[in-house]
Ligand binder design. Sequence first.
Ligand SMILES: C[S@@+](CC[C@H](N)C(=O)[O-])C[C@H]1O[C@@H](n2cnc3c(N)ncnc32)[C@H](O)[C@@H]1O
Length: 353
Amino acid sequence: MRRVHLETLAPRCPVCEAPSPLRLERVLREEREHVLEGWLSCTNPACQREFPLVDGVPQFARDLRAHVKAQTLAFLGRDELDELSESWLGDCSGPQSEFDTLRQHLSQYSWDHWAEFDPLESERDPAPGSIVRVLNALWRQVGALPDGPLLEIGCSAGRTSFELARRSERLTLGVDLHQGKLRLAQRVLRDSRVRYARRRVGVTYDRREFTVPTPAADKLDFWSVDAAQAPFADGSFAAVVALNVLDSTHAPLDLLRSSARLLAPGGALVLACPYDWSTAAAPLEHWFGGHSQRGPNAGASEPVLRSMLGWSGDAQLARLELQSELDGLEWNVRLHERSVMRYRLHGVVARRR
Ligand SMILES: C[S@@+](CC[C@H](N)C(=O)[O-])C[C@H]1O[C@@H](n2cnc3c(N)ncnc32)[C@H](O)[C@@H]1O
């Protein structure tokens, strides 16, 4: 965590929501301008909650116990093991184990975000970097922005946040809930190095390690934040970007409302979504479409999203105005050597009035 981000963004306590910002209470480990371990605390005497910093990632969870319990392995995760040692851990813990799921997610997102810089990377059809191509296409629609920092929700392994910081030269924050991906993003920020296990087949993986370009890294930081309950003041950001998050979050409507609240007047909301709804992320009642085929939208998701941008029934959403749409943006998720999932994304740029 960079102190400049803490001072500029002044996060509030996600539990009591007192207006005074959290205080960096204790630093246990620091490396150059990055605080790696320690904790922040709420200055409200009636609350005094603590928010730990692990591997450079501050944890702003409202329910910290549930947040940590759900991903203890990721918090304890280590990547200094030799790849052969890691391979027997994979064999023994087996498919669908917590270890296997963690490795697979890191393989998928590290590949698309960073593998274009891997000298050993051979995959060309499709080539890695699809999420950067999606961001580029949408960012061209954005135009002028008010002053202020940028926020990326669901930043995962961090590549698109780097792109946003590079393009805008503004203070940029990437937030996610997944400690494994955030740790990887923080490592790239500090060392410009990517180290990940690239899935070959089953539970076999090849270790990859390479240097990546990180322009504007001094503008960027990565935090663990639930964007549906983001601990920032109204109007804190000039743009909010959320790529492939609406259908993989527990409360899509809250995430949209929160994004609208965080935007400064004239700010841009940039969304892309494959509408790959699943109850693993959110109950059916929370999906935007994907059900109720007999209704006026015949179950389609796009009209539901459009109707929410500017919806007068909600004070936050009413402030949004649809600016432009792009459909059919290609996004690829590489599962293993013989399988890549190709999605066609619906992209939207909206303005905060
Ligand atoms: C499908 S992934 C997309 C990642 C990245 N944007 C990309 O397209 O490559 C969705 C990401 O959103 C994160 N996420 C889901 N709900 C979130 C929330 N409420 N706040 C912050 N991040 C969230 C997940 O942890 C996951 O990393």
